[in-house]
Structures are given as structure tokens and as C-alpha cells.
Design a binder for this molecule. Sequence first.
Ligand SMILES: [Zn+2]
Length: 407
Amino acid sequence: MTHRYRLYPSPAQLPVLRSHCGHARWVWNEALRAVKAHASDATVPFFDLTKARRETDWLAAGSSSVQQQALRDLTRALANAKAGTHRFPRWRRKGEDEGFCVRDVTVAIVNRRWAELTVPKARPMRFRLSRPLPEAYGMARVTLDSAGWWHVSFAAPQPPVDREPTGAVVGIDRGVASTIATSDGSLLRAPKLRPRERRRIERLQQQLARQHKGSRRRGRTKAAIARTHAHALRRRNDWIERRTTEVVRAYDVIAVEDLEVKSMVRAPRPKPDPEREGSFLPNGRRAKARLNRAILDQGWGRILRRLEDKAGASGVVVVRVDPAYTSQTCARCGHVAKESRESQAAFSCVACGRKRHADLNAAANILARGIASLAPTPGHGAGPGDRAARRSPAPAGSENLLVARVA
Ligand SMILES: [Zn+2]
């Protein structure tokens, strides 16, 4: 997990931070280019930073430790891609992936609310202690977000959740009508954009459409949109933190949809309805739904990551199951039919007549698949016939079932 704090550089410090970002990006991209030119699966970049610094004045004027760290970051990203835990690194783009790392960072605590960070070639800059500092930190990442805010984050080990074994198991569905549905019957909704925020974003987007590309005004409008989103994201993330802690505290085993198989398995199925349903609604409502989806869509990945981080630190097992047809299968009789899914929220089995909230029905299916993949079934195990567990990353062996994908 990472601890992130808002960083407040002085105007005089901004050029230094910006040039560190630029240099880190340049080194990353040049080294990536070299890797791609030589052998695409290389884990060590063929890139001679010393030579590049000798030949390029502006690079030599920058911090070699920032530049070396960018090279190390890329090396690690390539190793992760080779191990299959992460995607192949992509190009860093100006204005989008602004940031750099500082190794052996120095932090001085000023008072209860403020601390100071020292980055190469700049005087100490303040950051707000919105939460306690991690006990140990070796490296700091400084980033600039699209709202124009600077942040510093420290990697820290995930502390365990304070809990007692409960013997309870749960299936969790990424709901369509709600954010999270549990097989216990809870439907939980993450906070969305507030009406005022939505109106503000809509107004700013209209403004953006009228502004000239690349103009200063347009840049300011973009930052204003990003700031409004950032407020909503922060509320959503706080909500995710609280909910994931509650879930990890309450259950010993948590079954979730495996996101990686989702895109493959679900692609040929009919598109989920919100889009289509929206087309019958007045435009305003569709736009509202779209704005909110932008916030919620990214939420599920975060929910999974935080669940797995916290579970891993607390002795709780997270099982990933194949999500195929969980929303069309009757949790009582097992009949699969897309006609059973009456609407966004209603499931009504065409075979046995069972009526239930669609998200709760799906959560029950996820729980059943999770339990099935945990149970030792001699002879069959996680063989090719076992659809539910087939694609989950660690199908058999209870100690392997703890799926931890910590960055
Ligand atoms: Zn049924």
C-alpha cells in the first residue's frame, strides 16, 4: 500500500520538480526505446545513462539520482511484465505521467500537521501530514496529477486488520445497480458525484469545447474539471477503505470476480443495459449516468486491490472466480438464461420462478464458485471440466488460493 500526501512546493521550487519529471520521463522513454529496438523481452534496459549525460548538457544539469531511479523503475516494470504480474511498460507522456522517484529520501517532521521532504537540487518542501507517516520508508514518489496538485507517496507494508476468525464466507459481486452486492444480502453504493459537482463539470465541459486547443484558458478549464473529479474520487476512495476493512474483518473467505478473465469471457455477451436503457432517456440523464460511471468504473479495481492487500496481511483468503454468466445463472436451480435477467435490478428465473435482486443473485453464484474451487475434489480438482475455477490464477491448494497482487 502507499501513503500519499499533498505536497506544497513553493513557486521557486516548481521548475526543479518539473525538470525532474521531464528527465525521468525522457530516461524512461529512451531506455524503453532501446529495449524495444534490441529484444522486446529484455529485463535490463540497454541504456547507457552515463554516456547520455556526457553527451547532453541539459540532462547532465539534472539530478543523476532521479535519472538513475527512472532507469531502475523501468527495469522493475520490465521484470514485472516478464513475470506476468503487470502489463508491458508503456511510453510516458508529457502532462499525463508526471512524476519521479527519490531514493534514500529525507523527511523532517515540522509539527503535527506538516513535514518537509528534500528532493535533489531543491530546498526542503512542505507536505501535509494528512495521516501518520509509515514507520519505515526508503523511497518516495513525487507526482503531479491532472488537477495540477503535487503529491508525495511512500510505499509502506499493509498493516493487518484487527480481527478474530469468524468462519464466515462471502461472495461479492460488482453490481450494476449497486457498487457492491454481497451474498449475505447487502447492497452497497459508493458515493457518486454530487449534483452540484456534476453541474459544474457539465458547465466546464461546454466551456472546454469552445476553447482553443493548447490555450492557457483551456488548460485551466481542464485542471478545474480534474479537481472536481478529484474531490469525488477522494470520497469514493475513503468509502472503499472503510468497506474493504469491514469485509475483511467479517469474513474468513471472500470470493470475488476475477477481473482479468472478465474482458475475455464477457465480450461476446450482450452489452450490459445501462447504455441501452439510457438511450431511451432524455439526454441529461444519460450524461449524468456517464459522468458517474467514470468515477465508479475505476472503483472496482481498487476495491479488489485493497481487499487483497488487507486480506493478505490479515490471514483472510480471497478467491477469484470466473465471472462468466454469474448474472444470468439462477443461484437456486442453476439454470442459465439471459431472459432470466429481467432488468438491471431484477432477476426472475425462467426455469424455477425464483425472483431476486439481480446483483444478490450474482453474488450468491460467486460465493458458490468460490466454495467449489476451494473444496478438494479428487480426480477432478481444477481440471478442464471445472469451469468456475479453471481461469482463476491459483485453482487448487489452499495456500495458493491467497491471491496477492501487490504492486
Ligand atoms: Zn431457477
